[in-house]
Design a binder for this molecule. Structure first.
Ligand code: PGA
Length: 254
């Protein structure tokens, strides 16, 4: 049985005041978490608030990114190391979100280094993969996603997938209100599991696969009903206590 996981990606939103109110609101609403693991990923600056507010809660927290420049301190202005994230209490970190691939031109080598740095600190990388609209319209979606998985596997070996989470986020569904249908999402999740399974079926079977892209309370249940969808990576809807809680409850109820 794979554990279920719902992750909230706050992106670059909020203030100290809204961060604290969101964290305290979630803690109150999600006092009893049984079947689902929950993680929130605030901006770096509010990780210490997450650490303080969630200290006596089952809600876990993580970062939206990490430096790929090694684990030691060093002259990398603006970077935050995996060791610092660990120090701050992070258990997860998102790697290779499409917004970072697109706006910060993150290369495959850099993504693999980020994964390596996180694993060295026992932080679980949440690797994002997903095709753009053009790719899907050209029927290339599986080829693109397979390539993104191989960027990591070819550099670090399939073993790293035993310590990771993969999030399938079709770029055309992120922040657009246009969700993949449960069937489209399931098809890609099964494909991803199949790609990993060719290399190691045991690792593939245990690999948590999250769907991301306009997940909302009203579409979550149908997505979660799919066999290979183990949870969600939620953007916009995670900024609202009610919406995020309802998505988590939808996962608990399937
Ligand atoms: P969204 O974002 O839920 O706002 O579409 C998802 C994500 O980018 O992780």
């Amino acid at each position: 049985m794979r554990r279920s996981l719902v992750v909230g990606n706050w992106k670059m939103n909020g203030s100290k005041a809204t961060a604290v109110s969101l964290l305290t609101g979630l803690k109150a609403r999600l006092a009893e978490l049984n079947a689902v693991d929950v993680c929130v990923c605030p901006p770096f600056l509010y990780l210490s608030d997450a650490n303080a507010q969630l200290a006596d809660s089952a809600i876990r927290f993580g970062a939206q990114d990490v430096s790929g420049n090694g684990q030691d301190n060093g002259a990398y202005t603006g970077e935050v190391s995996a060791a610092m994230l660990s120090d701050a209490g992070c258990e997860f970190a998102i790697v290779g979100h499409s917004e970072r691939r697109e706006y910060f031109a993150e290369s495959a080598d850099l993504l693999a280094k980020k994964v390596e740095c996180l694993l060295a600190e026992k932080i679980t990388p949440i690797l994002c993969v997903g095709e753009k609209l053009d790719d899907r319209e050209s029927g290339l979606e599986q080829q693109i996603v397979e390539g993104q998985l191989h960027e990591i596997v070819d550099r670090l070996g399939v073993q790293v997938f035993s310590q990771m989470v993969v999030a399938y986020e079709p770029v055309w569904a992120i922040g657009t209100g246009k969700t993949a249908t449960p069937e489209q999402a399931q098809q890609m999740h099964a494909f991803i599991r199949g790609v990993v399974s060719k290399l190691d079926p045991v690792i593939a079977d245990k690999l948590p696969l999250l769907y991301g892209g306009s997940v909302k309370p009203d579409n979550a249940k149908d997505l979660f009903a799919m066999q290979d969808i183990d949870g969600a990576l939620v953007g916009g809807a995670c900024l609202d206590v009610d919406s995020f809680s309802l998505i988590i409850k939808a996962k608990e109820s399937v």
